[in-house]
Design a protein around this ligand. Structure first.
Ligand code: 5AD
Ligand code: SF4
Length: 432
């Protein structure tokens, strides 16, 4: 979400005569697009911003801004926390940044732009996308699930879905621009709803009415995920075999405290159904360790469930207390060293599982969408020195380092896997 917003910010600025500097020292304007999900990220912004505020003493014309979730979350309090800050702008208002900057420059006064206006104006702006091959497409904003640890409902606001027509037009535009893959973005894509159409309708529409080659989506909430989705994923030829389905915890007590609205056995049933309906689907997840009151036994439940399910990969986070959230009322009673220990245990388990799964691909041929050249040296016994090094993704979202002929960026190629690591596959372009 944040990365997508940064692409829009870059588009808004470059479309209005601003240019980008590679070095902070050369910049007249420094904007931070921020995330509030974990405290650590915020601390880094406060630290760096503090440094730039000091620089303002010798360069009073320097304009400093905080954009995104922290702007929305702290509002005007940020001016007190960071005296010298010029702009705060919430995620819903980034399309106004040109006006905000002009106002600051002409009036020499700070400005707060945090009262969200029409939500989807920002998606009508031209953006500068990081990739020319794979694009993020936002289908909705906000979240009303109020998981007890999560700040997003307070920073991104109420859930609003974009219209089918706008999304379809964006995908068609991307196809015309040469993009091969899209990832539909939302905090909870399964609750997409617009004029009677749901997420599955949207998937079908994009699958049938556009020439995009690969369709991905993230994130799904288990409470809104069902066999209907799994069936649609398996039936729709362009929808990729990958589901990111955050589990968060394997303990029913913790899941209840987290307000996740499912139990560990309900989650396990979902996975069993998915594997029955769509066996080749890659399944990934998010886990939080050290949520308040998490005992060794609760952690064991998470560990055991992960061992049973065998996710293809997972993101593991240490619980970070966030003000305003319900969980903030609970004592953060799992020590940092305990959180670290549990985090490491799950990482180790996941590494073993991922490695085991990746090894099964060795000597197989798979389809790879080549995204970019890479400077990373790829060592293969086969193939001549004239082959180029590329990075790409398999249909099921595995990261592939590929050796192949010239000019493969943007192409789907058949590749033979020659080596596996826990997190990547090494491949060589196969000539049939
Ligand atoms: N502490 C730790 N992890 C968190 N996440 C969200 N909020 C917190 C928090 N307060 C994690 C969840 C979510 C992912 C995007 O970030 O696992 O799925
Ligand atoms: Fe946060 Fe829960 Fe919404 Fe995801 S579903 S954004 S974890 S509140």
């Amino acid at each position: 979400m944040n990365k997508r917003d940064t692409e829009i910010i870059k588009g808004v600025l470059s479309g209005n005569g601003f240019s980008f500097s590679d070095k902070e020292e050369d910049a007249d304007i420094i904007l931070f697009n921020t995330c509030s999900v974990r405290q650590h990220a915020e601390e880094r912004v406060f630290g760096k911003m503090g440094m730039f505020i000091k620089q303002k003493e010798s360069n009073p014309n320097l304009i400093l801004g905080v954009i995104g979730c922290m702007a929305k979350f702290y509002g005007k309090d940020l001016f007190k926390k960071l005296p010298g800050l010029d702009i705060i702008c919430s995620p819903g208002n980034i399309h106004n940044l040109k006006n905000d900057l002009e106002e600051v420059m002409s009036k020499k006064e700070s400005i707060s732009d945090i009262k969200d206006t029409i939500l989807y104006d920002k998606y009508n702006c031209l953006s500068i996308r990081d990739s020319k091959i794979s694009a993020w497409v936002s289908i909705m904003e906000g979240c009303e699930n109020f998981c007890s640890y999560c700040v997003v409902p307070y920073t991104r606001g109420k859930e609003i879905s974009r219209s089918l027509k706008d999304i379809l037009n964006e995908v068609k535009y991307l196809v015309n621009e040469g993009f091969k893959e899209i990832t539909l973005l939302g905090q909870n894509v399964n609750s997409y709803s617009c004029n009677g159409s749901n997420f599955i309708d949207l998937l079908k529409l994009i699958n049938d009415k556009t020439n995009i080659k690969r369709i991905r989506f993230t994130t799904s909430h288990p409470k809104d995920t069902s066999s209907k989705l799994f069936k649609a994923m398996s039936d729709l030829d362009k929808v990729c075999p990958h589901l990111h389905l955050p589990l968060q915890s394997g303990s029913d007590k913790i899941l209840k405290f987290m307000n996740r609205k499912y139990t560990s056995s309900k989650y396990k049933c979902l996975i069993d159904n998915l594997r029955k309906i769509y066996p080749e689907c890659n399944i990934t997840t998010d886990i939080i360790v050290g949520f308040p009151t998490e005992t060794d036994k609760d952690f064991r439940n998470t560990y055991d469930l992960m061992k049973q399910i065998k996710f293809d990969s997972s993101f593991i986070f240490k619980y970070s207390p966030r003000i305003k959230t319900k969980a903030f009322e609970l004592e953060d009673d799992v020590t940092n060293s305990k959180k670290k220990e549990r985090n490491n245990k799950l990482l180790e388990l996941q590494n073993d599982i991922s490695f085991c799964k990746n090894k099964k691909y060795v000597n197989k041929k798979i389809n790879v969408l080549v995204e970019a050249r890479t400077n990373k040296k790829i060592h293969t016994k086969q193939g001549s020195k004239s082959l180029k090094n590329y990075i790409g993704r398999s249909l099921d979202n595995r990261l592939i380092f590929l050796k192949g002929s010239k000019g493969l960026v943007g192409k789907e190629v058949e590749a033979k896997i020659i080596k596996a690591t826990p997190h990547t596959l090494i491949a060589i372009e196969s000539n049939g």
